[in-house]
Structure formats: structure tokens, C-alpha cells
Write a protein that binds this ligand. Structure first.
Ligand SMILES: Nc1nc2c(ncn2[C@@H]2O[C@H](COP(=O)(O)OP(=O)(O)OP(=O)(O)O)[C@@H](O)[C@H]2O)c(=O)[nH]1
Ligand SMILES: [Mg+2]
Ligand SMILES: [Zn+2]
Length: 320
């Protein structure tokens, strides 16, 4: 009996969820204290609450959401599969997702405040671990004089395949080249406070302030500050996330035995160590250590590896 199938089909069980076809697409563009700022496909920005069972929802997440009865707010119902996550230690021993679906992290450093190379290494290690590309931006080159030490470190990074972009947000140096590198990717600016992440974001997005105000207005959240990571669309295509400065990033989910692999220039040597459980410090027959002695691996990088390994070995290490 054709045509009666629909009438006889069993009722969809009520799981307390709206039917899937009522859900709307959204992109999380900021995570604020009051909720998530979610951008809809037509560019509207909605304030959405999330559900506990969904776990962390972060900037860059693609979600599906349903509007509240008065249409003023929304609720996240589903987080779509992520291509990547950037995770860091949060409060009470829990890790938290900082951003999702990133394909590139730019670690911003500057002559002032002085670069914290241990922080740079933490970002690079986490990106290696998460398979997210990492590049370095050396901002404020208008202030760089007698920066031989920084230059040596930067050359070491270039040698192991991390691109370094010397720029000045203030003097508009290297911004066009940087813009080309951002095209078509989802990138994040990260690093210490005061290195110029927001200034660079401003230089790359002429209408950034306009958009920031729009987020505040539409979501009723008041003036937006740099305390929350925020995603912007680049005029030429691609997205850029400006994030708040950090002093420490941490090594969420990286175990001591994984850390050497997260130092990318160690990878080719690890397999040649005499012992499987080599810690690559002063171990007998350590191929990594040998490479350091031959100058194939930068001594400074190895020293910082030892420092981070030591931190991982202490059960009470607080990364915050
Ligand atoms: N000389 C010089 N100063 C700059 C440059 N870029 C940014 N600054 C200055 O550095 C200071 C910090 O810049 P921000 O862009 O707020 O730094 P940020 O990294 O976003 O800092 P947080 O949001 O705290 O993480 C400001 O006073 C900027 O004017 C630059 O290229 N050259
Ligand atoms: Mg900022
Ligand atoms: Zn070794």
C-alpha cells in the first residue's frame, strides 16, 4: 500500500531535543563569560548558551544551535567534528580547549617585552603534538637594535622549519607578506601579553573595531575586551583569531616520553638512541645528545627540553 508508510511509521522518540531540521548552523567566534558569541551563516551574531554534556565549546567550533522562544538567545545543541584542537591546562587539573579547527598558530614575540623562549617552545611542542602548523612573528622590529641573541634563536627556528616573519604593526613593515600567509587558513595569534597581537590584528583587519562593536551590540555583552579569544574573517579569505596574552601555556596531555618527539628536530635522532627508554639527557648512547654536541641540534632548545621534561616529571606542576 503505497503512500501509507509515513502514517504508520513509528513516532520519533522524544529525547528532549528539537527535531534536527530545526537546528541552525553557527560558528563560535568568541567565548565570553556570559556565553558564546555565535555567528550565523548570514553574519548575524547571537549569544548562545551551551549544554554541559557537550563539554568544552571553543572559538572556531562549528556548531548547530536552536533559538530561545523569544529569539533573543540561542542554545548550542551539537558541536560538529573538529579538524584540530588546541588544548591547555585549565583550572582544577582539567584541560580546556582554547580553540578548535585551527590550522596555524602564529607565536608572536617582540624585542619588548623580552622573548620568553620557554613559552615559545611550549607552543611549538603543543602544535607538534596536535599536528597544527606553527610559525613565529617577530613584531616591533622598529625597536630591534642589537638583538643578536634573539636573531640567533630565530635562526635556529628557521633552520628546523619554523618560518619567522619580521614585522612591525606600528610602522607597517611586513604586513602585506603576513597577510598573504594568512590567506585561506584559520590562524591564531598567540604569545605573551604586550607583544602586539591585537595591534597586528588591527593592521590586518581595517574594519576590526567595527566588527568588535557589532559583537558587543548584537550580543548585548557590552564592550568587548582582549580577555577572550575572538575570531575575525579576513577580507581576502581565511580566519584570524586574536587571543589574550599568556605567561605560561603548559603542555596539556603531553607525557614525558612524548616530549622529545614534540621537539621536531629531535625526531630524526630518537630512533638511534641506544635505549628505548632514553630520556635524551645524559643517557648512554643518546643520539639526541650527540646531535647537540655536534651542533646539529641547538643547545638552547635542548636545555629548554630538559627544563620542560623536568616540569612534566613533577606531579604538582601548575601551568596556569
Ligand atoms: N614600537 C612598536 N610598538 C608596538 C608594535 N606593535 C604593537 N606595539 C605596542 O605594543 C603594545 C601592546 O600591543 P597589543 O597589540 O595590545 O599587545 P597584545 O599582544 O595584544 O597584548 P595582550 O592583549 O595583553 O596579550 C601597545 O602599546 C602597542 O602600541 C610595533 O610594531 N612597534
Ligand atoms: Mg591583545
Ligand atoms: Zn636519547
Amino acid at each position: 500500500m503505497k503512500g501509507t508508510g509515513r502514517r504508520n511509521s513509528p513516532q520519533r522518540p522524544n529525547l528532549g531535543l528539537p527535531p534536527p531540521d530545526n537546528l541552525l548552523d553557527g560558528l563560535v567566534i568568541s567565548h565570553l563569560g556570559q556565553g558564546l558569541a555565535v555567528e550565523t551563516p548570514d553574519g548575524t551574531i547571537m549569544l548562545c548558551q551551551t549544554r554541559r554534556r557537550l563539554g568544552d565549546v571553543a572559538v572556531g567550533d562549528r556548531i548547530r544551535w536552536s533559538p530561545s522562544d523569544d529569539g533573543m538567545q540561542g542554545r548550542v545543541e551539537e558541536v560538529l567534528a573538529r579538524s584540530s584542537v588546541l588544548v591547555r591546562p585549565g583550572y582544577a587539573g582539567k584541560n580546556r580547549v582554547v580553540a578548535a579547527n585551527l590550522d596555524r598558530v602564529f607565536i608572536v614575540i617582540a624585542p619588548s617585552p623580552q622573548p620568553d623562549w620557554l613559552l615559545v617552545d611550549q607552543y611549538l611542542a603543543v602544535c607538534e603534538f596536535r599536528h597544527i602548523a606553527a610559525e613565529i612573528i617577530y613584531n616591533k622590529i622598529d625597536l630591534a637594535e642589537n638583538e643578536a641573541q634573539a636573531q640567533t634563536e630565530l635562526n635556529d627556528f628557521v633552520r628546523i622549519g619554523y618560518p619567522v616573519h619580521p614585522v612591525s604593526a606600528r610602522k607597517d613593515i611586513g604586513i602585506i607578506e603576513l597577510k598573504q600567509g594568512l590567506h585561506g587558513h584559520c590562524s591564531m595569534f598567540s604569545g605573551q601579553s604586550g607583544v602586539g597581537k591585537s595591534s597586528l590584528t588591527n593592521a590586518l583587519l581595517p574594519d576590526k573595531n567595527l566588527r568588535t562593536n557589532e559583537i558587543s551590540e548584537r550580543s548585548g555583552l557590552g564592550r568587548h575586551t582582549t580577555t577572550a579569544a575572538t575570531l575575525y574573517h579576513l577580507p581576502e579569505g581565511g580566519d584570524l583569531i586574536d587571543s589574550p596574552g599568556v605567561a605560561v601555556f603548559g603542555l596539556a596531555e603531553i607525557k614525558g616520553q612524548d616530549l622529545a618527539w614534540c621537539y621536531r628536530e629531535f625526531q630524526a635522532h630518537i630512533g638511534h638512541c641506544r635505549f628505548n627508554d632514553c630520556r635524551h639527557i645524559n643517557d648512554k648512547g643518546c643520539a639526541v645528545r650527540e646531535a647537540v654536541e655536534k651542533g646539529e641540534i641547538a643547545l638552547a632548545r635542548h636545555q629548554r627540553y630538559v627544563k620542560l621534561l623536568d616540569k612534566l616529571a613533577q606531579p604538582d606542576t601548575v601551568w596556569e
